[in-house]
Design a protein around this ligand. Structure first.
Ligand SMILES: [Zn+2]
Length: 171
């Protein structure tokens, strides 16, 4: 058969529709992936999590520039040196920034909002971490507000950031 250059090639077949898949009009394979994840926390975060389990907030202090990191780091990013000293920090801090969220982690709407906030830990310079504010109404939360950790009971702690239930306002 001679190729007719003046006539465009018409594609054969048709596009798939959702019902083709649902009604098995096309070959499909169904499976449930057995995806399991493990994450190595590393030297610094492992010790930080062990500290939380013991009711302590641990950080590292760079022996060269004095920068405090909490959560701790093995290396100081400021001077590219190994962070030398482990220090125990207070479980109090200041609200650096916060948000009022009416959306749960599963995207459903919450009647009572959560208040995620970055807590700048006292004595740690500008270092801190993300947690949530409790025992306060959204309109009461302010940047610069002083807060204290409310811990999970010792026997129920798991070595997780959730060993701190939330941070509550203090005077
Ligand atoms: Zn440093």
């Amino acid at each position: 058969m001679a190729l007719n250059k003046s006539k465009p090639i018409e594609p054969q077949g048709r596009g798939l529709k959702e019902e083709d898949i649902e009604q098995h009009n096309v070959l499909t394979v169904s499976y449930r992936p057995m995806a399991k994840y493990a994450w190595a926390t590393g030297v610094a975060i492992s010790r930080f999590l062990e500290g939380l389990k013991a009711g302590e907030v641990l950080g590292t202090k760079c022996t060269q520039c004095g920068r405090i990191a909490v959560p701790p780091r093995v290396f100081c990013e400021w001077c590219f040196k190994r962070s030398g000293t482990w220090i125990r920090l207070p479980d109090t801090g200041t609200v650096n920034t916060f948000s009022v969220s009416y959306i749960a982690t599963d995207t459903t709407r919450l009647k009572t909002p959560t208040i995620p906030a970055v807590i700048q830990i006292d004595s740690a310079g500008n270092a801190g971490f993300l947690h949530i504010i409790g025992e306060a109404k959204p309109e009461e939360v302010k940047i610069g507000m002083h807060v204290k950790a409310v811990w999970v009971e010792p026997e129920k702690r798991k070595g997780s950031i959730t060993d701190i239930k939330y941070f509550k306002p203090i005077e």
